[in-house]
Write a protein that binds this ligand. Structure first.
Ligand code: NDP
Length: 495
């Protein structure tokens, strides 16, 4: 029997197991075999992690550290992540089955968030208010919130964590992280780098386990000031309701049903590549998946045929191999969900142009694969066009003109991302103005940066990650009034 890799949580700077001593196995989606185990925590472990974070926030050296020094720690952490990028990427691939090329690209890029927000740490400035009343000096300060609970999903564990960690730490908060129980290992491995970088104990802590057991306990915890969540919209709504009961700050990065729109005047070969990268990269397991491909009717048949041809050539296989283009689905329940949606689409009359099954190749039999699947002539009212599948399933929807494209694009509860393929700059800008989504890509798809604000309209979320605004999501403003006059005026009237 293969011995499982053994990852522990970090709480108050110590490596710890769970209070009960129980473990959860992490299964490699390519082999279907467990490869690691992580502590199975409960509410007692949540209390310990939140207490450690709270103590570090109110008492430890972190609380009094100059922002410039905080920024330097973030820089050092970025350097260490760059050093360990390959190792962290391999851990992620074993946990979530996404391509090594994709995960290594992410882990190599992650340091930029720590450099960028490290640079912002000592630029968090208040202002002096030229107040309208005599003998008062009034100024503002921007202060951290306290303990932040960062709850992350299984699709890109470290990248999505970084989007929360870097601004939250730059702003001076402390953190408790709850990764998905399917993909906790890279987060736990990252913790050792915080210690090496010199972060004080308790600034960053982890708890691993099930969402309904410890995620909920973390959100409810009275010492948690803010919840930063990425995941599905149904869980996001539960987290939001629960945080509301305790008046906590919340950012939510939820799902999408993003339209990727191809006009007849686009460079169609580029647009077809954009359609493929929008849905089959990462096996469709990204919140920004361009899962609704809107194609102008005059080029509908040509584009559909080209998309099918390119998708048919995709090499499925070992996600560690540089030759693989589509890996397995990360979790077994998720594969069931994807296959269920394929059945629903067929029963609603969508025409399956490609895939639709578990692949038959014997070398893929152990992994949780689903064939790249394309449905044609989809109507935007079908469930396959309305609900987030989170898998390699593309719906192609025809439209006549700009008006209809906008109508279909915006006819969704979501508003995370979108793509527009056109050679007309006027059309591109008009579409960008009218699409109700947090991101519009023109003649490209799936680009993100530490500098560019990212987040959702409508049910795709609240708040923005990355970019200068993101640090504001982890700060609150205090206003200080100082009396410069001798004595206190009439105490019975408002000054
Ligand atoms: P969830 O939204 O359920 O999980 C995201 C994170 O929240 C996980 O760490 C999860 O823990 C945790 N969680 C679950 N329940 C609670 C709770 N009550 N309180 C606090 N935290 C909780 O995603 P799933 O993994 O179940 O995937 C479901 C669907 O969500 C997918 O099919 C996909 O459509 C969508 N999704 C969207 C993502 C995005 O980036 N927008 C990312 C991942 C999923 P645990 O894993 O232990 O349950």
């Amino acid at each position: 029997m293969v011995e499982l890799a053994h990852f522990r949580n970090t709480v108050g700077g110590e490596h710890v197991e769970s209070a009960t001593g129980n473990w959860i196995e992490s299964v490699n989606p390519y082999t279907g075999e467990p490869w690691a185990k992580v502590p199975h925590c409960n509410a007692t472990d949540v209390d310990a992690a939140v207490d450690a974070a709270h103590n570090a926030f109110v008492k430890g050296p972190w609380a009094t550290m100059a922002p410039t020094a905080r920024g330097k720690l973030l820089h050092r952490l970025g350097d260490l992540i760059a050093r360990e990028a390959s190792k962290l990427a391999e851990i992620e691939v074993r946990d979530n089955g996404k391509l090594l090329a994709e995960m290594a690209g992410q882990t190599r890029y992650i340091p930029e968030w720590f450099y960028y927000f490290g640079g912002l740490a000592d630029k968090i400035e208040g202002g002096v208010i030229p107040i309208d009343k005599p003998d008062l000096f009034t100024y503002t300060k921007r202060e951290p919130l306290g303990v932040v609970a960062a709850i992350t999903p299984w699709n890109s564990p470290l990248l999505l964590l970084t989007w929360k960690l870097a601004p939250a730490l730059a702003a001076g908060n402390t953190i408790v992280i709850k990764p998905s129980e399917f993909t906790s290992c890279s987060t736990l491995a990252l913790m050792d780098l915080f210690r090496e970088a010199g972060f004080p104990d308790g600034v960053v802590n982890t708890v691993t386990g099930y969402g309904h057991e410890i995620g909920a306990a973390l959100v409810e915890h009275p010492k948690v000031a803010k919840v930063a969540f990425t995941g599905g919209d149904a869980t996001g709504a539960r987290v939001y309701a629960s945080a509301a009961r305790h008046i906590k700050h919340v950012t939510l990065e939820l799902g999408g049903k993003s339209p990727n729109i191809i006009f007849e005047d686009a460079n169609l070969d580029d647009a077809v590549k954009g359609a493929i990268s929008g849905i089959f990269a990462a096996s469709g397991q990204t919140c920004i998946a361009g899962s609704r491909l809107l194609v102008q009717r005059s080029v509908y048949d040509e584009v559909s045929a080209k998309v099918v041809e390119l998708a048919r050539s995709a090499r499925l296989g070992d996600p560690m191999s540089p030759h693989t283009q589509v890996g397995p689905i990360t979790t077994l329940p998720q594969r069931h969900k994807v296959l269920d949606y394929i059945n629903v689409a067929e029963s609603e009359g969508a025409k399956c142009l490609l895939g639709g099954k578990i692949p038959e190749a014997p070398e893929l039999a152990r992994g949780w694969f689903v064939e790249p699947t394309i449905f044609g002539n989809v109507s935007n009212s079908m469930r396959i066009a309305r609900e987030e599948v989170f898998g390699p399933v593309l719906s192609i929807i025809p439209f006549e003109d700009d008006e209809e494209a906008i109508e279909i694009a915006n006819d969704t509860i979501f508003g995370l991302a979108s793509g527009v393929w056109t050679s007309s700059i006027r059309r591109a800008i008009r579409m960008a103005d009218r699409i109700r989504a947090g991101t519009v890509w023109v003649n490209t798809y799936r680009a993100v940066s530490f500098m560019a604000p990212f987040g959702g309209y409508k049910l795709s979320g609240i708040g923005r990650e990355s970019g200068q605004d993101a640090i504001g999501e982890y700060l609150q403003t205090k206003c200080v009034w100082i009396n410069l006059a001798e004595g206190v005026p009439n105490p019975f009237v408002m000054r």
